[in-house]
Design a protein around this ligand. Sequence first.
Ligand code: 5GP
Length: 202
Amino acid sequence: MQEGLLLIISGPSGVGKGTVCRHLMTIKEGLRLSVSTTTRLPRSEEKDGKEYFFTDEDNFKTMIEKGDFLEWALVHDHYYGTSLDVANEAIDRGEILILEIDVQGAAQVRQKEPYSVSIFLAPPSMETLENRIRGRGTESDEKIERRLTTARQEMDSYILYDYLVINDKVEKAAAKIGAIIDAEKCKVSRGAKPPGWGGEDG
Ligand code: 5GP
């Protein structure tokens, strides 16, 4: 069996990671989206266990102490974390697990996890990113300014990733990520073998 893979899709706040990931799931089979745990409150349309597992800060901190997370980060005053068990199970089963996480979490996974491939999703311009962050219309001016400052800093970390994808059009960005997945599946170093070529698959 081919080895599993943690596919990190990261990038600055407001770049459209969620939208691109959702589109990717519709065009590519066999992917699983990791459901993170967070201390932020659910938005009106969000359901516990679907978009996130929602919890409180005390429980999140207990989970950190127990070593439940592969990575965790404080993002805009709320904690977010990826389950270590879910990631390990995906690798053992040979699955491709998508981690849609911020740049701090991506750095932790890259460092700890050899079965990870990281993609930095970037906006076509800083102006577009600013418009997207302002256009959400769900936050105060002060919060928006903080998101913008963080987003500008986050852009600098693109250099640490395996791949850079520009999110000019959701469909195009998702197709490029699909192509990266195809290429990773063909990697001999990741266990790709010719059909019938020995091993447990042969
Ligand atoms: P939102 O609250 O808008 O859904 O997400 C806010 C930010 O947290 C986004 O940049 C998102 O990628 C990031 N995020 C979501 N889940 C995780 C996670 O498990 N770990 C980390 N490090 N960041 C996450």
